[in-house]
Design a protein around this ligand. Structure first.
Ligand code: ACO
Length: 429
C-alpha cells in the first residue's frame, strides 16, 4: 500500500499521499491542501518545497552525491566532454557516435551571430558588467528569431532554439569581454572545438597569432561539465518559472543569467577571488578573517563556503581543488591566493562555527583560482558559470515544457494593513 501522511487541523483529519523518488527521497504531495483545508504552506526560500518532479539531476547534500541522468559527476568530469554532457542532460541519454557528431556539427554551424548584434554591443558602455551584456544579448535573440515566441513550436523548432543557444553562447560571452576591453570582436573559428573556439574569441588580438593551449581548453571543458546542472537552484528555478508562462526560451535563459549574477549564487566565485586578494593584501592573517566571518555584527561572510543543500562536502569542490592544483602545476603558475585558499579551508574546517553549521567549500571556492590561471578576468567568472550552466537550464526548460507544467505562481501570507479609507493629501499629517 502506498504511504500517506495525516494532518490534523482543529480535530479534523486530512490525508495526503507521499511521493517517493527513484533514489528514495520522500515528499508529501500537498497539491490539494488549500482546496481541502483552506491552508497554504509557508516556506521562505523554498527550503522544504519540491517545485517539480525531475529526471535530470540527482543530488544528495548529506552524502555529497551529484549525478546527471544517473551518471556520477566524477566519472563525467574525467571521461566525458562538455557537449556530450549537454546532450545527456537535454535529451536524457549519452549520444551514440553519430548523434554526437550531428549535435556538435549542428552547434558549430550556429556559432555566428547576426551582424546587428554588434550594433547592440556598441551601445553598451565599456565598463558594463559582462553578465548584464550577456543576458541582454541572449534575450535579444527573441528579436532575431521571433518564431521562438510561439509557445506551440514544433519539436524541430525547439531543437533549433536549443542548438542556437549552445552555439551562440560562447560568442556572446567572448564579445561581452571584448566590449569591456574596448577591443574589436573576434569571429568564431569553427575548425576548433567548443572551448578552444571560445578561448580564441576571448584572447586573440588583431595581427597576432593565437594558439589555444590544450591544457587550458581541457581544464575549461571540465569546469563547464561541473557547472552544467544542479537541479532546482535559484537560476534554474527562475528559468523554469519564466518558461512556465510560455515566454521564449531565450527570455527564460536570459532571466536565469540574471539570477545567477547575484553574489549569493554564481557571483560568489568572483567574490572569492576578491576576498582572497583582500586577505593577501591585508598580510594574510587567516584567523582575523575567520573571526570576521563568525562575527554576527560584521556583514562579511566567507565567500565560497556553505551551500543550501551540501551539508558535508560539495563533490564538485573536491574535483575542482585537484584540478586547480593540476592546472597550476601544468602551466607552471605559482598563485599566492591558492595558498591562502588552502590555509583558509584548513582553518575553517577545524573551527566549531563552521563545523556546527556544516559549512564546507563549495564549487566556487576553487573555480576562480583556475579561471585566473587560464587568464580569465574576475568580471568574467560568472559568465563562465553561465556558459557551463546553459545545458542544465535548457534541459530543465525542456522538461518543464514536455511535462506541460502549470504556470509557477506561489502564494503568500499577507502581513500588511487591513482595509482602510483613503485620506486626501491635504488632510494627511
Ligand atoms: N560565512 C559565514 N557564515 C556563514 C556562511 C559563510 N559563508 N554561510 C552560512 N553561514 C552561517 C549563517 O550566518 C547562518 O548562521 P546562524 O545559523 O548562526 O544564523 C548559518 O551559517 C546558516 O546559513 P544560511 O544563510 O541560513 O544558509 P543558506 O542555506 O540559506 O545559505 C549560502 C547558503 C547562501 C550559500 C550561504 O552559505 C552563503 O551565503 N555562502 C557564501 C556565498 C557563496 O559561497 N555562495 C555560493 C553558493 S554555491 C552556488 O551558488 C554555485
Amino acid at each position: 500500500m502506498s504511504k500517506t501522511v495525516e494532518l490534523i487541523i482543529d480535530g479534523k483529519h486530512y490525508t495526503f499521499p507521499v511521493v517517493e523518488g527513484t533514489e528514495n527521497e520522500l515528499a508529501i504531495d500537498i497539491s490539494t491542501l488549500r482546496d481541502t483545508t483552506g491552508y497554504i504552506t509557508l516556506d521562505l526560500g523554498y527550503k522544504n518545497t519540491g517545485a517539480t518532479k525531475s529526471a535530470i539531476t540527482f543530488l544528495d547534500g548529506e552524502k555529497g552525491i551529484l549525478h546527471y541522468r544517473g551518471y556520477p559527476i566524477e566519472e563525467l568530469a574525467e571521461k566525458s566532454t562538455f557537449l556530450e554532457v549537454a546532450y545527456l542532460l537535454i535529451f536524457g541519454e549519452l549520444p551514440t557516435k553519430s548523434q554526437y557528431e550531428k549535435f556538435t556539427d549542428d552547434i558549430t554551424k550556429r556559432t555566428l551571430v547576426h551582424e546587428d548584434i554588434k550594433k547592440i554591443l556598441d551601445g553598451f558602455p565599456s565598463n558594463s558588467h559582462p553578465m548584464g551584456v550577456l543576458s541582454s544579448l541572449f534575450c535579444a535573440q527573441t528579436a532575431f528569431y521571433p518564431e521562438s515566441l510561439n509557445p506551440n513550436r514544433p519539436p524541430d523548432g525547439v531543437y533549433l532554439s536549443i542548438i542556437r543557444s549552445l552555439g551562440k553562447m560562447p560568442t556572446f560571452a567572448a564579445w561581452s569581454y571584448k566590449n569591456a576591453m574596448g577591443h574589436p570582436v573576434n569571429y568564431p573559428d569553427n575548425k576548433l572545438d567548443y572551448c578552444s573556439r571560445f578561448l580564441k574569441m576571448m584572447f586573440a588580438l588583431p595581427g597576432q597569432d593565437y594558439e589555444v593551449d590544450p591544457v587550458v581548453a581541457r581544464a575549461l571543458d571540465q569546469l563547464l561539465i561541473l557547472h552544467a546542472d544542479h537541479e532546482q537552484n535559484c537560476s534554474t528555478s527562475t528559468v523554469r518559472i519564466v518558461g512556465s508562462s510560455k515566454a521564449s526560451i531565450y527570455s527564460a535563459i536570459s532571466a536565469g543569467i540574471n539570477a545567477l549574477w547575484g553574489p549569493l549564487h554564481g557571483g560568489a566565485n568572483q567574490e572569492v577571488i576578491i576576498m582572497l586578494e583582500n586577505i593577501r593584501k591585508d598580510g594574510g592573517n587567516i584567523t582575523k578573517w575567520i573571526d570576521k566571518a563568525k562575527d554576527k555584527n560584521d556583514p562579511f561572510r566567507l565567500m565560497g563556503f556553505g551551500h543550501r543543500v551540501y551539508k558535508n562536502f560539495d563533490p564538485r569542490a573536491k574535483i575542482i581543488k585537484k584540478a586547480a592544483d593540476d592546472v597550476l602545476n601544468k602551466l607552471g603558475i605559482n598563485d599566492p591566493v591558492l595558498e591562502i585558499a588552502m590555509k583558509l579551508e584548513e582553518v575553517a574546517l577545524k573551527d566549531s562555527y563552521f563545523v556546527e553549521r556544516k559549512l564546507y567549500p563549495n564549487v566556487d571556492f576553487y573555480s576562480g583560482i583556475i579561471y585566473r590561471a587560464l587568464g580569465i578576468p574576475v568580471d568574467m567568472f560568472t559568465v563562465m558559470f553561465a556558459m557551463g550552466r546553459l545545458p542544465g537550464w535548457i534541459a530543465q526548460w525542456k522538461e518543464m515544457r514536455d511535462q506541460n507544467e502549470p504556470i509557477g505562481r506561489p502564494r503568500q501570507i499577507y502581513i500588511g494593513h487591513k482595509k482602510r479609507a483613503y485620506v486626501p493629501i491635504e488632510q494627511r499629517q
